[in-house]
Design a protein around this ligand. Structure first.
Ligand code: P1T
Length: 381
């Protein structure tokens, strides 16, 4: 690891030296399930690909470097990564999570893990007093998502970590929306970082993956044990795709953010838009915190369309360049209607999202074309 080097350099090189066997400049896809042993138990560090694979090891090392952590672990999806973190908990323990959170995370905590004896509370984490009040003696984990999905609230990692640690809870940050280019949660006191690598890290909408990054050796040992014991690992080709995406992460994030800032400014001036959420806008309620905590405001923009659900659905159905689809973080722009798509699992719960909300994953196309596309879609709505 080259801790002294800049992010852009580490993204290209760390974990990815030329292959020692052949000199191949790109880490090979070690498409193998198992490894020959010289004698029983005598091998070159790899026994079986659920336990370890050289392509996955390269990705894990790259991820650790990007997040400035000691250890990275790769998983088959973002949900598999979050699930792996919950293996740190025991029945009867409690999680505090944001009231604005990815629908799949809510579904996991409430509809799966409650059956196994875990409890979860969802609170507005922009208010430290509400987090303080939600923490119980059984609280073992404070799960932070920042920016939150889909309303892009910015949560103060340093302040929440101090509060959680004082009460004996671990702090996990889902850093998917910021990417490691935009924010390094371990620096602010987080114990664990998770990612859906499906998004900005992969960057090309062609792979599903997840990651966990930690510094603490005890957490690493437990997570590594469960990664192997439970088995939600990614295949070598998927690891290779994420590794390739990582090399251009900084270039893409700068372009995503520049385009998103222009799109947010355009939407803020549009008469059919009631409210815009983008942490880079000076009017965002946590803009000052975002400017302090983030090194890039990322490419996600959400807005409330006047006229509620039907108007929002009409806009989402009328764009030509922004593809109507779930997910985010790829080079191509996507548009999402959270209430009926990514956050449909919150329907009927206290966390249900506003039907007038539209979420944009702003890509790296020319910004004039993106704004023209939104302009024609809003004109039709
Ligand atoms: O889809 P998967 O790779 O399993 O990642 C789940 C996940 C975890 N955390 C956050 C913050 C996420 O946004 C996601 C996935 N989100 C979408 C698919 C979406 O469109 O919001």
């Amino acid at each position: 690891m080259n801790a002294g080097r800049r992010f852009e350099t580490r993204a290209v090189h760390d974990g990815q030296p030329p292959d020692p066997a052949t000199g191949a400049v790109i880490v090979p896809i070690y498409q193998t399930s198992t490894y020959a042993q010289e004698a029983p138990g005598r091998h070159r560090g790899y026994e079986y690909s659920r336990t370890g694979n050289p392509t996955r090891a390269a990705l894990e090392s790259s991820l650790a470097s990007l997040e400035e952590g000691a250890h990275g672990l790769a998983f088959a999806s973002g949900m598999a990564a979050i699930t792996a973190v919950t293996y740190l908990l025991n029945p009867g323990e409690h999680v505090v999570a944001p009231d604005d959170v990815y629908g799949g995370t809510y579904r996991l905590l409430v509809r799966v893990l409650e059956r196994y004896g875990l409890q979860a509370s969802f609170v507005d984490m922009t208010d430290a007093a509400k987090v303080e009040a939600a923490i119980r003696s059984q609280t073992r984990l404070v799960l932070i998502e920042t920016p939150t999905n889909p309303c892009l609230k910015i949560l103060d990692i340093e302040a929440l970590a101090a509060l959680a640690h004082a009460r004996g809870a671990l702090v996990v940050v889902d850093n998917t929306f910021a990417s490691p280019y935009g924010q390094q949660p371990l620096r602010w006191g987080a114990d664990v970082v998770v990612h859906s690598t499906t998004k900005y890290l992969g960057g090309h909408s062609d792979v599903i993956g997840g990651a966990v990054i930690v510094n603490r050796e005890d957490l690493h040992a437990s997570l590594r044990f469960h990664q192997n014991a439970v088995g939600g690992v990614p295949g070598p080709f998927d690891c290779w795709l994420v590794l390739r995406g990582i090399k251009t992460l900084s270039l893409r994030m700068r372009e995503h953010a520049a385009n998103a800032a222009a799109v947010a400014a355009y939407l803020a001036g549009h008469p059919k838009i009631a409210q815009v959420f983008y942490p880079g806008l000076p009017g965002h309620p946590q803009h000052a915190l975002a400017a302090r905590q983030m090194t890039c405001f990322s490419g996600m923009v959400s807005c409330i369309v006047r006229g509620g659900g039907p108007a929002a659905a009409a806009v989402a159905s009328s764009t030509l360049l922004f593809t109507l689809a779930e997910s985010l973080g790829g080079v191509e722009s996507l548009i999402d209607h959270p209430a009926s798509m990514t956050h449909a699992s919150l329907a009927g719960s206290p966390l249900q999202v506003d039907a007038g909300l539209v979420r944009l994953s702003v890509g790296i196309e020319h910004v004039d074309d993106l704004i023209a596309d939104l302009d024609q879609a809003l004109a039709r709505a």
